[in-house]
Write a protein of this length. Structure first.
Lengths: 356, 329, 427
């Protein structure tokens, strides 16, 4: 074998690389409506970015399945788009890589206890598109009861554990600076390490979203030995998100989540959704119910979803109240109060615009 | 004559072929690099993130746990990155000294007359080198150091207190008066306090690099001819004396070049600090990336800093090497 | 300047022990050996007593912890996660098939090695080491599934797989010599084929459903990443090492640039590059999945270090070898391929294996960028409320696992070294 022909083999490779560069220009045009929806359909799977290590929100169990409020949000969207809540591929993302993963198209949506903020929403910032908030939260501080601390001032000069790359870290710095409190921030990359250090007694306090603190406290060996300080340091609306530039996909996700709210308001549950559909079909007078459940009108089509996306979603994961109670409420280990996450009709903030 | 030359096929012609090879390789490299850089520039421009350093002057708005230079959240990003760099250098320098001492001791122990000590040195090296450093660091921090007692229950030795909140050492306080650690209101106070994150990282780096350095030292000592030992012993020198004044100086010729790469890898391994909550350069860079989204600039800064640290270590070690070699003559 | 650290046992020279006579005297009593080794002088005796106390104390402490305080349920409950991550349960038969194939092929190769003895063996069919290895395998097959509290069907599977390995070893060892050459060739081709087929089994294809890389985890991901990077970094390392020693300035300088760029940066910053910047550098849609991005970073990282190892091997080959080959009329590529590289690679082997071992360890860094390798899985498991604070149990288990893998690689490399050494006389 002469060396020459072998070298020639490199030429097609070179050509391929060069052509690859040209192909890129046609692809990155973007702006076409609902590219994402057809991608998801073609793939037959929704790729959903989650935390994966946060009990109550998204958590990988020993059997390899995810559970939690965020995980169920992903399942709801999969049920709406693909008709099957199991057609979700979960991706664990840590807080520093979540936006890059969304922007690069690696995940279709993010349900990763992400706080909606201006800089994350704006085109000049992270440029992502937020849906409806699924959990209204605020930043809190947890301390051991034995420490005797009751206000932030009591933490003067003490080490505080915090997860890095979060809004929490910045809020902490802001609040402490306002109040002139000096402290040592001990930062860890992931939540599990942050709480391991707190439980190990390395820091006197740990700060995070109050729901997360409550969730973690409930999982501690002796929950009674830890308490949340009354101070709420910030507003933390935890919100699912999709990438900017595909309004049709953002709408489909947004209204799927709203459907969960609306179903609770209408008293439609996982158990009775089939009966409700039958009732709506039988009774032509119930126009609202008929439209909502897709018996009448073309809401599904307008969103690029199947006509019966609402009953499919509810049959898969239940309404918002059911999801809440199952994952973080009375039916879970966390036992969180609904508080501001009640329906607006009960004085809470959960509110769906009309399905009309 | 000319005929035979002309009959040589061009791909075997030593005057032509090198140029063709270089041209082809150069072309491929050029195409690949321009493609990558072109895409980078285009995509970053699209995201509004094209190379800019103005953000370095904006306030960092995050705090850091420990710093040798004054810092608070209102100071700019460059200052935060500097804090990280100084913290990195601190752990690298102390780690280099510690690992060298430990490695030399273990390397020498593998030539001890005591069979148990010899085998123990072997076991130490074999255990440490076959377990990932990151795992060891996590073990030191979460399993060992966070299990230490606090307050009055802390381990107390003369001049040293080891507790969960850190390592407290006696040192010169103001006016050159030797001052030891003392308990004030249930909190230890000492002139010199090392945070437990720093201590855990340091312990992990020293035990890990120490094992590799021990191998370098062992190889160096083994390279000294047996006759040197015998000569030293026949002069009536004790084991330790012959080791110190006859064998080790000769072994250094072999040891010093080997140390260089171990030192550089220790410096690079210090970036794993992020796993045990120590605020080093990488940790600050990651936080900065989160707040600013400036991936490329942060990466370039990181790369540049570690490159400079590597070069510094190499330069110093080359100097030491020359010193050792000249003395030998 | 860039000399590589020696690995233990890689040098053929025995470590000399100046204080004790080098050759062992024959047939000494136990007491005599003890006195010689531990109590040669008063100082030695003191050190020995202290060390013995220290060792005893730590051994007792460790045993009491392991059998008293430690709660190993965290490992037992999560065995599947640790082994394969979130690989879909209904597809796990593919991994079992892979394990079966690997066991069969390992057994066959092992048996054939003994059936065709080389210089380093006396030609014995069942040398002591082999009997020891089989005993160890038997013990592991009996003890490990029980210790992990696996169900009976799973235990049975492990017994069957171990039985298959030993059986193939036995069959190939006894009758391997009389197998037709075509079959023998197939066996040597078996490993690369099996690797490719294994990839198909893991990722999907040939009619099997696709399993996305984000569902690979635990030991599976760790081994996959390490083997991928090791295999692909080898050609990179050889090419770059040749480039580095080339007389053509462009080749030399681009190789130097690559090596110095990679070796100057901590691996974590390169993984950072792969996760956060690579996506911007490739045309839209070209950027691979983040698992593959990390795999490529590991490959190029390992390639640079390997290039240095190969370069050291190349410079150890006398220049006369190349000159002689060239003067025989071989072209440059031919001379390199047939004469220089085989010698250089043999010399570079210990350093290369050292590099592979550290690469296997470096896969733990994947957990820092959010991938679910062994360590990443461990961190997920420890976030589970049921297993909070079980750091010691989990980290210790991982440490033992890594230690065994790395030590096995080291042992294997030493055996290979002996086998490839043309000057070696049977010991």
């Amino acid at each position: 074998m002469q060396p020459l022909p072998r070298r020639l083999l490199a030429l097609p490779l070179l050509l391929a690389v060069a052509l690859g560069g040209c192909a890129d220009d046609s692809g990155s045009g973007g702006g076409v409506q609902s590219v994402k929806l057809s991608t998801i359909r073609g793939r037959g799977k929704l790729v959903c970015g989650v935390d994966g290590k946060l009990p109550g929100f998204s958590f990988l169990g020993p059997d390899g399945t995810y559970s939690g409020l965020d995980a169920d949000t992903c399942r709801a969207v999969a049920a709406a788009v693909l008709g099957d809540p199991a057609k979700v591929e979960f991706r664990d993302l840590n807080s520093s890589e979540r936006f890059a993963a969304l922007a690069s198209g690696e995940v279709d949506m993010l349900a990763r206890n992400t706080t909606m903020t201006l800089s994350r929403d704006s085109a000049g910032g992270n440029g992502i598109s937020f849906g409806p908030t699924t959990f209204f939260d605020g930043q809190g501080v947890m301390v051991p009861v034995a420490s005797g601390a009751t206000t932030l001032q009591d933490l003067n000069g003490k080490p505080i554990c915090v997860e890095s790359g979060t809004t929490t870290e910045l809020n902490l710095a802001d609040r402490m600076r306002e109040q002139g409190i000096s402290y040592t921030p001990l930062k860890f990359q992931t939540g599990d390490q942050t709480y391991a250090a707190y439980l190990g007694g390395r820091c006197v306090a740990v700060t995070s979203d109050r729901s997360q603190l409550a969730a973690k406290r409930s999982s501690f060996p002796k929950p009674d030995e830890h308490t949340l300080l009354p101070e709420v340091m910030s507003k933390e609306p935890l919100t699912p998100a999709s990438v900017n530039g595909d309004p049709a996909w953002a709408d489909a996700m947004r209204w799927t989540v709203f459907a969960l709210f609306q179903a609770e308001e209408l008293g439609i549950t996982k158990a009775n959704v089939a009966a409700k559909v039958a009732e709506a079909k039988a009774n032509t007078n119930q126009a609202d119910l008929r439209r909502f459940l897709g018996v009448e009108g073309d809401f599904g089509k307008q969103l690029g979803l199947p006509a019966d996306f609402v009953p499919k979603t509810i049959a898969a994961v239940g309404n918002y109240g059911e999801i809440f109670e199952r994952n973080v409420g009375s039916g879970s280990a966390l036992k969180l109060e609904r508080a501001q996450n009640r329906l607006w009709t009960q004085g809470g903030l959960i509110y769906s615009p009309p399905f009309r | 004559m000319i005929n035979t030359l002309e009959r040589i096929p061009w791909w075997r012609d030593r005057r032509v072929m090198p140029w063709i090879v270089q041209a082809v390789v150069g072309l491929v490299l050029l195409v690949v690099i321009s493609l990558l850089v072109g895409n980078l520039v285009r995509n970053l421009t699209g995201a509004g993130l094209l190379l800019s350093w103005r953000w370095l002057g904006q306030p960092a708005s995050f705090d850091v746990a420990e710093s040798l230079i004054p810092f608070d959240a209102s100071m700019p990003y460059w200052r935060a990155l500097l804090v990280g760099l100084v913290n990195s250098l601190r752990v690298i320098v102390v780690g280099l000294v510690g690992a060298t001492l430990l490695g030399t001791a273990v390397g020498m122990a593998s030539f001890s007359s005591n069979g148990l000590l010899r085998r123990l040195a072997r076991v130490y090296v074999e255990v440490i080198r076959n377990i990932p450093l990151l795992l060891q660091l996590l073990f030191w921090y979460f399993v060992v150091f966070l299990a230490l007692p606090n307050g009055t229950a802390a381990f107390q030795l003369p001049g040293v207190v080891v507790s969960k909140s850190g390592l407290y050492l006696a040192w010169f306080a103001q006016g050159f008066s030797w001052q030891g650690p003392e308990l004030v209101n249930g909190v230890w106070q000492a002139p010199l306090r090392l945070s437990v994150e720093f201590t855990a990282l340091l312990t992990g780096l020293i035990t890990y690099s120490g094992a590799f350095i021990a191998e370098v030292v062992r190889g160096g000592i083994a390279s000294v001819p047996l006759g040197q030992w015998e000569a030293a012993t026949s002069l009536g020198l004790h084991w330790s004396a012959s080791m110190r004044s006859v064998v080790l100086p000769q072994a250094l010729r072999v040891i010093v070049p080997g140390l260089n790469s171990q030192y550089i890898s220790l410096a690079k391994n210090s970036a794993l600090a992020v796993a045990v909550g120590y605020v080093d350069l990488y940790s600050v860079s990651e936080t900065t990336l989160n707040q600013t989204g400036r991936a490329l600039e942060v990466f370039l800064l990181l790369l540049g800093s570690y490159l400079i640290i590597d070069l510094l270590i190499s330069a110093v070690m080359n100097g030491v090497n020359q010193l050792v070699q000249i003395r030998e003559r | 300047m860039t000399s590589l650290p020696p690995r233990p046992g890689s040098t053929t020279t025995q470590p000399l022990r100046p204080a004790s006579p080098a050759p062992r005297t024959v047939q000494r009593s136990w007491a005599g050996v003890l006195r010689q080794e531990l109590f040669a002088s008063r100082g030695d005796g003191l050190v020995s007593v202290l060390l013995i106390l220290l060792i005893l104390a730590s051994a007792v402490g460790l045993l009491r912890w392991a059998f008293g305080q430690a709660q190993w349920a965290v490992i037992q409950v999560n065995t599947t996660l640790f082994a394969v991550g979130r690989f879909p349960i209904e597809q796990q038969w593919r991994l079992w098939l892979l394990v079966v194939l690997v066991a069969a092929l390992s057994g066959t190769s092992w048996g054939l090695l003994r059936a065709f003895p080389r210089a380093d063996r006396s030609g014995e069919l069942w040398p002591f080491n082999d009997r020891l290895a089989v005993a160890l395998l038997g013990f592991l097959a009996a003890w490990l599934p029980a210790a992990l509290a696996l169900g009976f069907p799973l235990q049975l599977r492990w017994w069957a797989i171990t039985g298959l390995l030993v059986a193939m070893r036995w069959i190939a060892g006894h009758w391997g010599r009389s197998w037709p050459p075509r079959l023998l060739k197939l066996v040597s081709l078996g490993w690369p084929l099996l690797y490719l087929f294994g990839m198909v089994l893991i990722a999907g294809g040939l009619g099997m459903s696709r399993v996305s890389p984000s569902n690979w985890g635990g030991l599976l991901l760790t081994l996959l990443m390490a083997s991928f990077a090791i295999l692909l970094s080898f050609p990179i390392g050889v090419v770059v090492a040749l480039g580095r020693r080339s007389s053509l300035p462009l080749l030399r300088w681009s190789s130097v640039l690559y090596i110095e760029f990679i070796r100057g940066a901590p691996l974590i910053t390169l993984l950072f590059l792969g996760q956060n910047i690579l996506g911007y550098m490739l045309p839209g849609g070209w950027a691979p999945d983040r698992v593959w991005r990390a795999a490529w970073v590991l490959t190029f990282f390992c390639g640079a270090y390997l290039a240095e190892a190969v370069r050291a091997g190349l410079s150890a080959v006398p220049p006369g070898q190349l000159e002689a080959a060239r003067s025989l009329g071989l072209s440059m590529p031919q001379a390199l391929q047939r004469v220089v590289l085989p010698q250089a690679l043999r010399i570079a082997l210990p350093a290369a294996v050292g590099q592979f071992i550290s690469l296997l360890q470096d896969t733990t860094l994947l957990s820092l960028i959010g991938l679910l390798d062994l360590l990443g899985t461990a961190r997920t498991v420890m976030a589970n409320p049921e297993f909070l604070g079980k750091n010691a149990e989990v980290y210790l288990t991982l440490a033992v696992l890594f230690w065994c893998c790395c030590a096995a690689l080291g042992l294997g490399s030493r055996a290979l070294e002996r086998r490839l050494d043309p000057t070696h006389s049977p010991a």
